[in-house]
Unconditional design. Structure first.
Length: 410
């Protein structure tokens, strides 16, 4: 028998028991689908994290107010206001690797335009803040230094606010009320999208820091020189770790914190936080891969089992083939091909289900999808290898049958 005849014979044997063939390949189907979905969703998750890092601003340190301690009771984060605008100026002046140190205050409130209102985040910032956090003005302009010094009532709005509050009306030059204080819209930012935690970065209105403190968000917590946070933009990613240490040193000295005493502020590395999240997602991906590998092995064991049953069922057929001239290697090749065909068919179905599942996840979860041809090829190659590995023993057993004993088998 030539190879084509062996292949056709193997396929005829599989077609004779379609349901058994499908059930046998179920483990392979699940394993291959899981591998493809895991790689696609994992790569998409990593791409999303990198995009969010860029949207939040690369090479960023965020300095936040600390916690208070009274009578052994610790307040929450930001319960003590310790950061000032002078702190921001000192960081920019004393640390060479700091490109920008931008103070900011933050709150929430109702925006009103005509008979439409929208509740959103209100941020009092400087133009340096927008640059440091990589906010790009899509239409109009940002604040000028003169407007910041004069506490001018001008606003830059995010894309979501522009759509929700103004609808089809061009926002530039329009007057909106922020907590009942009238502001003129001078700019609209380009779209940034969501953070990894699901919040909409474009649902925001920016107003000058001095205006926010004096007219909108003023009160005990942001009175005078005090601010809610300081965003530090570092010159390069390789300098972030050293800059973080220097920021701690400068602020501890300025706040007169003695050795051994806790800081009254926090320093957060945005990239590290998101990278930690990406790392946890990669670990979950590896666990998925392990599950997929176990599923492939279980599928391989199922193939071996069904091939052993097939050898027993077809013993007389094997004896007859040998009696009319088939060699042991022909029987061996036929059964290995049947095993590989089972694996490959399961792999093909798994590819379809894996791609379909990945597309469904991407659609419903609004997740970026990256289908890897390499992952598909690897999964198919592994499924074929499983067929060879687990099908070889039954095939070898079939090829070593004695023709006379096989013909006598009932």
């Amino acid at each position: 028998m030539n190879l084509v005849d062996v292949l056709l014979s193997a396929l005829d044997s599989l077609r004779a028991n379609v349901l058994r063939t499908v059930l046998t390949t179920l483990g392979i189907i699940i394993g291959v689908a899981a591998v493809i979905a895991m790689v696609a969703v994992g790569a998409g998750a990593e791409q999303r994290v990198q995009a969010v890092i860029q949207s939040l601003g690369s090479n960023i340190l965020i300095v936040l107010n600390g916690t208070s301690v009274s009578g052994g009771v610790r307040g929450g984060s930001g319960s003590v206001i310790s950061l000032t605008e002078d702190d921001a100026r000192a960081l920019a002046a004393e640390i060479p690797s700091v490109r920008y140190a931008a103070p900011a205050v933050r709150g929430t409130g109702q925006l009103i335009y005509g008979n439409v209102n929208w509740f959103t985040s209100i941020q009092g910032v400087t133009d340096d803040y927008l640059i440091a956090r990589d906010w790009v003005i899509g239409e109009g302009r940002s604040f000028t230094r003169a407007e910041e010094r004069a506490a001018a009532k001008v606003a830059v709005i995010g894309r979501t606010v522009a759509e929700r509050l103004f609808g089809g009306v061009p926002p530039l030059g329009q007057t909106l009320r922020v907590r009942r204080v009238p502001f003129t819209v001078i700019g609209i930012t380009r779209e940034k999208g969501q953070t990894p935690f699901g919040s909409d970065q474009d649902d925001v209105v920016f107003i000058p820091l001095s205006t926010a403190k004096k007219r909108v968000l003023g009160g005990d917590r942001v009175r005078g020189d005090y601010v809610g946070s300081i965003t530090v933009k570092v010159l390069g990613p390789e300098q972030v770790a050293q800059t973080e240490k220097e920021v701690l040193e400068v602020l501890r000295r300025r706040h007169r914190i003695r050795d051994g005493k806790p800081d009254d502020f926090f320093v957060r590395n945005v990239a590290q936080i998101l990278e930690a999240r990406a790392q946890s997602e990669r670990v979950m991906g590896l666990l998925l891969a392990a599950v997929a590998g176990v599923s492939l092995i279980v599928g391989g064991i199922g193939i071996m089992n069904i091939m052993l049953v097939s050898v027993t069922e077809r013993t007389r057929e094997i004896g007859l083939r040998m009696a009319v001239g088939a060699q042991g290697r022909d029987i061996l090749v036929q059964f290995v091909i049947e095993s590989v065909a089972l694996s490959v068919m399961g792999g093909l179905i798994g590819v379809v289900l894996g791609v379909g599942g990945s597309l469904a996840v991407a659609h419903f979860a609004e997740w970026p999808l990256i289908l890897s041809p390499g992952a598909i090829a690897m999964a198919m190659g592994f499924s074929a290898a499983v067929g060879v590995f687990f099908g070889y023993y039954p095939a070898l057993k079939a090829s070593r049958l004695d023709p006379i004993e096989a013909l006598r088998h009932e």
